[in-house]
Design a protein around this ligand. Structure first.
Ligand code: GLU
Length: 473
């Protein structure tokens, strides 16, 4: 272990956003590659956004994805606690330090006053910013308001006329004018810190070497840089990850079903495909290779190949990639994960269940589709009009009758005899290819495509197969 320490610091809002998953993954990959530590910190200082059980859910989903942490609220660590609401004293103490050094000030403006200020600025076409009216209050004024219990916040005093210039590992040198930054609230009227103060204090004490987070935080970085300066601490290295965009290049939709990792699991996406796909949202290897396991990602990942421009989230590609993983992961693994979409009864005969899943996964992209396809083996599903017409032809009847009568006499557990029988039937009926196989499949599984005949017969069983064929001649 060296001194590379990174953190994923989600606010527990109820679900893991795809963008959050990417941030967590890049932190994890970088830490593993560098043999450093990856820390999970829960940033729950916004009491209004608090959702019961959200932090536990986050930990669970990240673990399901295979993103594990070296220190976290669950496993603890040398800088515990890792949940901000349990560290409040530390933030208050540091806000007090800034007040003492005149780097922060009390602000007693009510929400109404602030609204009015904003309206006036807007009407004048000015940038909306706190006008610092409380900065000039005398010490005595401040004290008497505090003594009277007047509601207040603590604001950071941002410098005037200052350009913040900092290095970002992805974006290079970034320059932002200080006058774009408001005098940030550090402690809210409920006594809780804002994200900005809490994150900087924690990143310092948790010895974070690299802050890796979404681009939406880039504009806040000057405030953080300034806080580091005020405290006299060395700032970590900055890494801002490109925005994730919809296919029309708008900012990724906020609709929960489209962005919650949990909903992708619900829809039957595989964690391997999700990890692989999300890793490629903003990063790619020199050779543009497409398939990576988590271990391979850890090997290959580097910030040099993270792009500055937005990464497009293309669901169609994710579905395609999931299909590839459905076919390439071990059959037993897929069968196990598909179980929750089956009736337990239908999975009990292990060898039959595996055959069914193997047949289905060749034709499916998502886990629940396996059960949908398998339904054709498990029960008689109706034919659509076009297939009904196809199976009613004279040739189809001839094939079905001939095959039916041959199947009666053979042992269907022996694939060779089924294949021999099929050849004989083709010779006897003079019907071959599509015209031979399609009616058989339609009769047996109501689908024009499917696995080979021995597999199909073995899954369905002899009596049921015969009965299904008999319906059509
Ligand atoms: N709590 C912030 C979030 O939910 C973390 C931002 C950061 O990584 O600094 O995005």
């Amino acid at each position: 272990m060296n001194n590379i320490r990174v953190r994923f610091a989600p606010s527990p809002t109820g679900y893991l956003h795809i963008g959050g998953m990417r941030t967590a993954l890049y932190n994890y990959l970088f830490a593993r590659k560098m043999d450093g530590a990856c820390i999970l910190r829960i940033e729950d200082t916004d009491q209004n956004r608090e959702v019961e059980g959200a932090a536990e859910n986050l930990v669970k989903v990240l673990h399901e994805l295979g993103i594990d942490f070296s220190e976290s609220p669950i496993i603890g660590g040398k800088h515990a606690p890792y949940t901000q609401s349990e560290r409040l004293e530390l933030y208050t103490e540091h806000a007090q330090r800034l007040l003492n050094e005149n780097k922060a000030y009390h602000c007693f403006c009510s929400p109404e006053t602030l609204d009015q200020m904003r309206d006036e600025q807007q009407a004048k076409g000015e940038a909306m910013k706190y006008d610092r009216r409380c900065m000039s209050l005398s010490k005595e004024d401040v004290q008497s308001k505090l003594d009277a219990g007047t509601e207040h916040v603590i604001r950071l005093r941002m410098p005037d006329d200052r350009k913040f210039v900092f290095e970002d590992i992805v974006r290079g040198e970034v320059e932002i004018d200080a006058d774009q930054s408001d005098d940030q609230v550090l402690i809210k009227s409920d006594g809780f810190p804002t994200y900005h103060l809490a994150a900087v204090v924690d990143d310092h004490y948790m010895e974070i070497s690299h802050v890796i987070r979404g681009d939406e935080w880039l504009s806040s970085t000057p405030k953080h840089v300034w806080l580091y300066e005020c405290f006299g601490w060395e700032a970590p290295k900055w890494v801002h990850l490109p925005l994730i965009l919809n296919t029309d290049r708008s900012k990724l939709s906020k609709r929960m079903n489209d962005v919650a990792v949990e909903s992708y699991f619900e829809r039957g996406f595989l964690k391997e495909a999700l990890i692989n796909f999300v890793a490629l949202l903003g990063w790619h290897a020199a050779d543009d290779r497409e398939f990576y396991s988590m271990d391979e990602l850890c090997e290959a990942f580097s910030f040099e190949r993270v792009s500055k421009s937005g990464a497009v989230f293309d669901q169609t590609k994710l579905i395609w990639m999931n299909g590839q993983y459905m076919r390439s992961l071990p059959l037993e693994e897929i069968a196990e994960r598909a179980k929750r979409w089956f009736n337990e009864e239908d999975t009990k005969d292990e060898s039959r269940y595996l055959k069914m899943v193997e047949a289905a996964r060749q034709r499916c992209s998502l886990l629940p589709e396996i059960a949908e396809y398998a339904a054709n083996f498990l029960s008689r599903t109706p034919l659509d009009e076009e297939n009904q017409e196809m199976i009613s032809s004279e040739d189809a009847k001839k094939v079905l009758e001939d095959m039916h009568n041959r199947i009666v006499d053979i042992d269907i557990s022996d694939a060779d005899s089924i294949n021999q029988m099929t050849k004989d039937s083709i010779a006897a009926t003079g019907i071959k290819g599509r015209h031979f196989y399609t009616p058989l499949r339609l009769a047996l599984i109501s689908q024009p495509q499917g696995p080979d005949l021995p597999t199909t017969l073995q899954i369905i069983g002899k009596d049921e197969a015969l009965a299904r064929m008999k319906r059509y001649f």
